[in-house]
Each structure stands twice: as C-alpha cells, then as structure tokens.
Write a protein that binds this ligand. Sequence first.
Ligand code: NDP
Length: 291
Amino acid sequence: MTADIIDGKAFAATVRARVAEHVSRLASLDITPGLAVVLVGEDPASQVYVRNKGKQTVEVGMASFEHKLDVNTSEADLLALIERLNADPAVHGILCQLPVPDHIDADKVLAAIDPAKDVDGFHISNVGLLATGQKAMVPCTPLGCLMMLRERHGSLSGMNAVVVGRSNIVGKPMAQLLLRDSATVTIAHSRTRDIEALCRTADILIAAVGRPQMITGDWIKPGATVIDVGINRVPNGEKTRLVGDVDFASAVEVAGAITPVPGGVGPMTIACLLANTVTACCRANGLPEPE
Ligand code: NDP
C-alpha cells in the first residue's frame, strides 16, 4: 500500500480562505492588515518568494508594501527603513527576506523588527516566548507543518517525532512546536550517529536538511507521517526540477502519509505568513485573534 499524499496546496487554499474571511470582517471595522516585505539585492529565488508573497497578500484583501533595495544598500539604511516600518500604523507585519548580502548582519536586522510585527517569528523575543510556551509569533514553515500534522492526526500527544535539521528557521522551532503538542521529540543533525536507525523510530519524521533526496524509504518506519520541508533544485536533462530532502519514490512505498515537493510544505508557508499578519493586526487593535 502506498502512502496518502498530504496535499499542501489544497490545505493552503483553505487557510487562505479563512484568512480572507477574517480580513473582510476587519474591513467592516475599517481595518486593513498590512504586510511589508523587504528584499535586499536580486537573489532570483528570493525575488520569486517575494513576488508570490505580495500577490497572495493582495488576493486575500490585505495591503502589501514591497521594499526592494539595491544590493549595495548599507546596513544603516536598512535598519532605518525597518524603524520606519515599525512606526507605521498601516504595517502590521514586517519581514526581511533572507539571505541578506554579506555586508549586512542578519541577526541585527531581525533584532530591529518590532517583535509584535515579526510575522516570521525570528526575533529573539518570539523565539524565547515559543520556547517557554507563551503566546508568540511562530515561524511560518514549522507552523504550516504543524497544521498539516494536526489535520492528519488530531492529537500528536505521545508520538515519537524526529526532526532532521537544527536551523533557527525550521528545525529548532519545529521541535518546539512538536514539544508544545506533547510529542516526544528528537532533533537530528549532521553529527548524529546512526541517523537512519533513529529516523526509523519516528511516527512523525520531519526532513529539513537541504540535501536532495537524502532520506530514503529504508529510513522510514512503516506507516509513519513524513513531512518534507526541503526545496532543492537539481539538474533534469537540460533543465532543472525541484526535489525534497526525501526520496519520494521509495518513501511513498513505506510511509503512511507524505508531503510532496512541490505542493506540500511550500504553499503552507506563505498561507501561514498571511495568517500571522492577521494575528498581528488583531493583537495591535485589541481584537480577538483567529484560531
Ligand atoms: P540549513 O542549511 O540552515 O540547515 C540544515 C540542517 O540540516 C542543519 O542543521 C544541518 O546540520 C542538517 N544537515 C545537513 N546535512 C546533514 C546530513 N547529512 N545529515 C543530517 N543532518 C544534516 O537549512 P534550513 O533549515 O534553512 O532549510 C532546510 C531545507 O528546507 C532546505 O532545503 C530549504 O530550502 C528548505 N526550506 C523550505 C521552506 C519552505 O517553505 N518549504 C522554508 C525554509 C527552508 P548541522 O547543524 O549539524 O550543520
């Protein structure tokens, strides 16, 4: 029997529809949630992400403010822009697309964003709030993964979860969210011993590594739910194609459920960004937040 395919594209559409509903309720109060996206330089992948974010922001009825800055923009000028966005009441969410050019300190930029407007959830205050189980802005990619897991399993309580990858933007917050939902969580990384055997203990396996098709079917416990966060561009004849960190063809034969790449985690990430912006807007206006 092959695994159920978790359709992130369809799920993201339902999340966006819920966001749009909330936005229209806010419109009746004369409130428009606004998302500012800052891009420094011309990284092609970042340009695509920023374009998609802007398009989907407008589609759900929110205001989109795009700030595309020259690659040579100084750190001081970028920080000054963030200060202006922090002070702008029309802006409820701010994100600075990473990576930033080498002459800019990404940590300094993330620290400059008002934590209440930090819809990426990367500010140290939000990281700390999440780690201590308090109300935080939660990073979008792990939040999207969690939503798909809850949809599939209902409760994650007591399940064994293995997160492969320990980055600040995916692996660590993913582990925190799983822990918050009472899963038993192990984080694996490049120094983990016998990682295949560890992965085979997982009821929930999250792959956030950045290595094309590293996790094959024989790493997977039969029936496990596999969430593939990886987005890797690999050669495909004259062209290229996207693959995940999981070898889909062998994994689908073993897993109980699996996210495809593309069409799994990716679309959920932007949907969660929109949801976070509405949440930030509601909090700023003292209104009840969406579920
Ligand atoms: P990072 O490069 O920041 O982190 C990768 C992690 O994988 C590190 O913790 C690293 O371990 C670990 N790792 C690397 N090689 C191995 C290995 N051979 N065995 C075990 N662990 C290994 O990546 P990100 O977390 O930023 O992204 C991960 C993937 O997710 C990428 O493909 C990225 O494109 C994708 N992504 C997708 C998003 C989406 O919206 N779908 C959003 C963000 C990212 P160590 O710490 O020891 O070096």
